[in-house]
Design a protein around this ligand. Structure first.
Ligand code: 9YW
Length: 442
């Protein structure tokens, strides 16, 4: 893929190319997740992209978050896709059947994605405040104005997806996890039996022509069936638990929620909503404990749970490191860091770079070129490192930064990378990959 001039010569050039990628993917209203494969705004991508944009323009970064917020549903849910008018992505808004459920004039999907927003907003606000002047003023105005909206989002997650007191959020579709076809979901998906459905034609496989890098048709028919199940009940939160054939307690998303509640509490205290902070801190605590309680004492990894069968899902995927995101107890963190740096993960000598793959590189189900079944995702590297640095681990942040930048120097800003060869896979010029490159360099 791409033209000549790869690889990149130095970090200055890497930064320039990353800025070029974001500029090229910018429709003016939104930065699309990727130029060809994903011509719309994805919820968690938008948060990372906004952080990347803030290294160039705080105003443009906040505009991105405003655009996402304009798609927030009455319930408080922030949808996982906000559609642009660019054609060619499937499932489109018609297939979703969300007209009427989403806000007037907005085209969106009807599910959510991991709530990284408050964590990235805090990052942007800190950057803008440090710069001061107009940037600081804009960020403060934005925080004061939008905090009630972010708090609504968190309240929706807590009450409709985690109201059972487990400290874990339920997802009704693998897409909500952001790790679409991770082996974590193979068990739950195996029990999803698609019924009568409109026929469909995928567009992703027209764009990523090596189909082995994408989910299978079998997987896609289950994904579409779940969309139909939701549409059939009008995306009514109260009815989803009664009808959905896929219901999973997502430990990684829950850890992200724990961290984001802490970050939102800090912002609330700083920007005029301090009365909400204790509630947010309590949710943070509840989900931190929920995540810790999933850890398998044998493997040391956190687990998801299939709500419909009650089974734990303890596969060796990157989600097993959820406590590194939510900041679990110290003995647990020490154990997890040992595993993270051991031979099944970043210490595997066969790796091109010492970075975490989406599944353990020694897992028998590893598919090193297929999406969330093995490749390394640059956005995950940065996010994990950011969370580690939050609790003072500068050393590991520095190590991950060095490895991640070395990986990105090949220059294509791939969506994901083959762990052993470092080959870029999926979409090239992926926005959140460029955004985290800018974060590493900031
Ligand atoms: C799809 C945009 C999205 C990410 C997801 C990732 C992928 C979309 O791309 O899903 O159609 O498969 O799995 O996490 O938000 O980058």
């Amino acid at each position: 893929p791409g033209e000549a001039a790869y690889p990149i010569r130095d970090l200055g050039e890497l930064g320039q190319r990353a800025r070029d990628v974001l500029a090229a993917n910018d429709l003016g209203t939104m930065v699309t997740a990727a130029p060809n494969l994903y011509p719309h705004m994805w919820s968690w991508d938008a948060a990372f992209v906004a952080a990347g944009l803030s290294t160039m323009s705080v105003a443009r970064a906040l505009q991105e978050l405003d655009y996402l917020l304009a798609a927030q549903w009455n319930s408080g849910m922030i949808p996982h896709i906000v559609f642009s008018d660019v054609p060619g992505y499937f499932p489109d808004v018609e297939r979703w059947g969300t007209r009427g459920a989403s806000p007037e004039g907005v085209q969106s999907s009807g599910i959510c994605q991991p709530p990284v927003h408050a964590t990235l907003l805090r990052r942007i606000v800190e950057r803008a405040t440090a710069a001061g002047g107009e940037d600081g003023r804009l960020a403060e105005e934005f925080a004061r104005r939008t905090l009630p909206r972010w708090i609504d989002w968190h309240a929706w997650l807590r009450n409709t997806r985690g109201g059972d007191g487990s400290g874990l959020l339920t997802i009704y579709h693998g897409w909500e996890s952001g790790m679409d076809n991770s082996p974590r979901f193979d068990g739950p998906y195996s029990r999803v039996r698609p019924g009568e459905m409109e026929p469909f034609v995928r567009t992703d496989t027209l764009k990523v022509t090596d189909h082995s890098q994408r989910p299978s048709d079998e997987e896609y028919s289950r994904y579409l069936w779940l969309v139909q199940q939701m549409a059939d009940v009008g995306f009514d939160d109260a009815r989803l638990p009664k009808v959905m054939a896929f219901q999973v307690k997502d430990v990684f998303m829950s850890a992200i929620f724990a961290a984001a509640n802490e970050d939102l509490a800090v912002l609330a205290e700083q920007f005029g909503h301090s009365e909400e902070a204790p509630q947010l801190r309590q949710w943070s605590q509840e989900f931190r404990q929920g995540v810790d309680a999933t850890v398998d004492q044998g493997t040391g990894l956190a687990r998801d749970r299939d709500v419909l069968t009650g089974e734990w899902i303890g596969l060796p995927t990157i989600a097993g490191f959820a406590p590194l995101i939510s900041t679990g107890s110290q003995p647990l963190l020490d154990r997890q860091l040992g595993i993270f740096e051991g031979p099944d993960w970043t210490g595997d000598p066969r790796l091109a770079f010492p970075l975490p793959a989406s599944t353990s590189t020694t897992y028998e189900g590893l598919k090193p070129r297929q999406y969330w079944r093995g490749p390394v995702w640059p956005v995950m590297n940065w996010f994990l490192a950011h969370c580690l640095r939050r609790r003072g681990d500068e050393e590991r942040y520095r190590q991950l930064r060095e490895a991640s930048l070395a990986q990105l120097m090949e220059g294509h800003f791939g969506e994901y990378y083959e762990p052993f060869t470092g080959e870029p896979l999926g979409s090239m010029d992926q926005s959140w990959t460029a955004a985290v490159a800018l974060e590493w360099l900031a």
